[in-house]
Design a protein around this ligand. Structure first.
Ligand SMILES: *Cc1c(COP(=O)(O)O)cnc(C)c1O
Length: 358
C-alpha cells in the first residue's frame, strides 16, 4: 500500500471548463495555457482532456513544449517567453512550435535562421504590464522586421493584462486602448484575454483567448467564486486520517503550540503537509472536508501532516478520507486562508503527490 495522499484529476471537468471558455468567447480560438505542468495537473493529462475543444496550447519553456509533442499533441504550441537561445529557435522549427517574440535578441535569432528554417511567431506588445514585450513605440519597427523575416506568415499581435482580475479597475481598458492604437495599421490577428478577461471583458476576446486558471476550475477574482461561472474544480487533493486523539482543555497542538484547546477536544492527524503542497501559512480554521463535513484546521501545518479539530464530528476515525481542496473546500478558499492564490498552490504541488485520474 502506498501513502493515500493523492491528487485526483478529472478529465471530464477539464473538458467542461474548456467548453465554458468556448461559451464565453464563442468567436475566438482558444490557446490553452498548460505551463507549470498543466497548472500542476500533469501537462499530458490536461492536453489530452481538452484537445478536442481548443486550438492550441501555450507553455513557458521548450521542455514543456516537448512534453506536449511527446504526448502526441500536434496542435500549435506557443512558447510564451519565446526562445532563450539561437539553438532553441532551431529546435522550435524542428517541432513546429510557435514563438512569442518580445525582445530584440529574439528577432536577431530569427533573422539569423535560413529563411526556410524560421518558425511561426507572435509579436508581444507591452501595453502596461511592463514585464515582457516591445514597447508601443518600438512596435512598427519590430513588426516590419518580423514581416520581412516571415513574408508568408502574419504574426498574431498580443499583449497581457496586469489587472484584469480587478473587474472595476480602469487599467485593463487603458491597456486595450493602447493596444488598439499601436496595432491600428498592422495586419494580424489579436490576442489579449487571460481567464479574468475572458470572464468579464468581451471586448478583449478578439481572435485568440489564452485561458489558464479557469480551465482548472478556479476563479481569478478575489470576490467571485468559480461556481458563479459554472466552472468545475478539476483537482481533488485527498489524504487520510492516520490518527486521532483526545486533548484536554488548555493543551496545545503542533509546532510552537500555536493552537490551544479551548475545551476537551478530539484532534485528527492527516497525512498531508507543506511537503505535499498544502500551504504552510494556512490559517487556523481553514476548512478540511472529512466524512462530509467542513472541519477546522488547528495548529501549524507540518511538512507531512496537518491537524484538524474533529470534536464536533464523531464519525471521523482513523482511515477516514480528508479532502484538502476540490469541490468543497475550493482551492480559492484554501488559498485565501493562506494569503496566496490558487495558482500558486497548483503550480507548487510537488511530484510526491501522485496524480490519479478521477
Ligand atoms: C499564464 C498566462 C495566461 C493565462 O492566465 P490565467 O490568469 O491563468 O488565465 C495568459 N497569458 C499569458 C501571457 C500567460 O503567461
Amino acid at each position: 500500500m502506498s501513502r493515500p495522499t493523492i491528487a485526483r484529476v478529472f478529465p471530464a471537468r477539464l473538458k467542461h471548463n474548456a467548453q465554458r471558455v468556448r461559451e464565453f468567447a464563442p468567436g475566438a480560438n482558444i490557446m490553452a495555457c498548460v505551463k507549470a505542468d498543466g497548472y500542476g495537473h500533469g501537462i499530458s493529462t490536461v492536453a489530452t482532456a481538452i484537445a478536442e475543444v481548443v486550438e492550441g496550447f501555450a507553455v513557458a519553456c521548450i521542455e514543456e513544449a516537448l512534453a506536449l509533442r511527446e504526448a502526441d499533441v500536434d496542435k500549435p504550441v506557443l512558447l510564451l517567453e519565446g526562445p532563450h537561445s539561437q539553438t532553441e529557435v532551431a529546435e522550435a522549427v524542428r517541432h513546429r512550435f510557435t514563438l512569442c517574440l518580445s525582445e530584440e535578441r529574439q528577432l536577431k535569432w530569427l533573422e539569423a535562421q535560413r529563411p526556410e528554417d524560421r518558425p511561426a511567431a507572435w509579436l508581444k506588445i507591452d501595453t502596461g504590464m511592463h514585464r515582457l514585450g516591445f514597447s508601443c513605440d518600438q512596435v512598427p519597427q519590430s513588426y516590419a522586421r518580423l514581416r520581412a523575416c516571415l513574408p508568408n506568415a502574419v504574426p498574431v499581435l498580443c499583449s497581457h493584462f496586469a489587472r484584469a482580475d480587478e473587474p472595476e479597475h480602469p487599467f485593463t481598458a487603458e491597456q486595450t486602448t493602447a493596444f488598439d492604437h499601436t496595432v491600428a495599421s498592422l495586419e494580424g490577428p489579436h490576442s489579449l484575454a487571460n481567464s479574468a478577461a475572458i470572464l468579464t471583458r468581451p471586448d478583449s476576446h478578439r481572435d485568440w483567448v489564452r485561458p489558464g486558471y479557469m480551465l482548472y476550475g478556479g476563479s481569478p477574482f478575489a470576490a467571485r467564486r468559480a461556481d458563479d461561472f459554472q466552472l468545475k474544480a478539476t483537482m481533488e487533493f485527498c489524504a487520510e486520517v492516520i490518527s486521532t486523539r483526545e486533548v484536554a482543555a488548555g493543551e496545545t497542538v503542533g509546532y510552537g503550540g500555536r493552537w490551544t484547546a479551548p475545551r476537551p477536544s478530539r484532534i485528527a492527524t492527516i497525512a498531508a503537509g507543506y511537503g505535499d503542497g498544502y500551504p504552510r501559512h494556512a490559517r487556523e480554521g481553514t476548512p478540511v472536508l472529512i466524512e462530509g463535513r467542513r472541519l477546522p484546521l488547528v495548529g501549524r501545518v507540518s511538512m507531512d501532516m496537518i491537524t484538524v479539530d474533529v470534536t464536533e464530528h464523531a464519525a471521523v476515525k482513523t482511515g477516514s478520507q480528508a479532502i484538502l481542496w476540490g469541490e468543497d473546500p475550493g482551492i480559492d478558499e484554501v488559498a485565501q486562508g493562506a494569503d496566496t492564490i490558487g495558482y500558486e498552490l497548483l503550480a507548487a504541488m510537488p511530484r510526491r503527490v501522485p496524480r490519479r485520474p478521477g
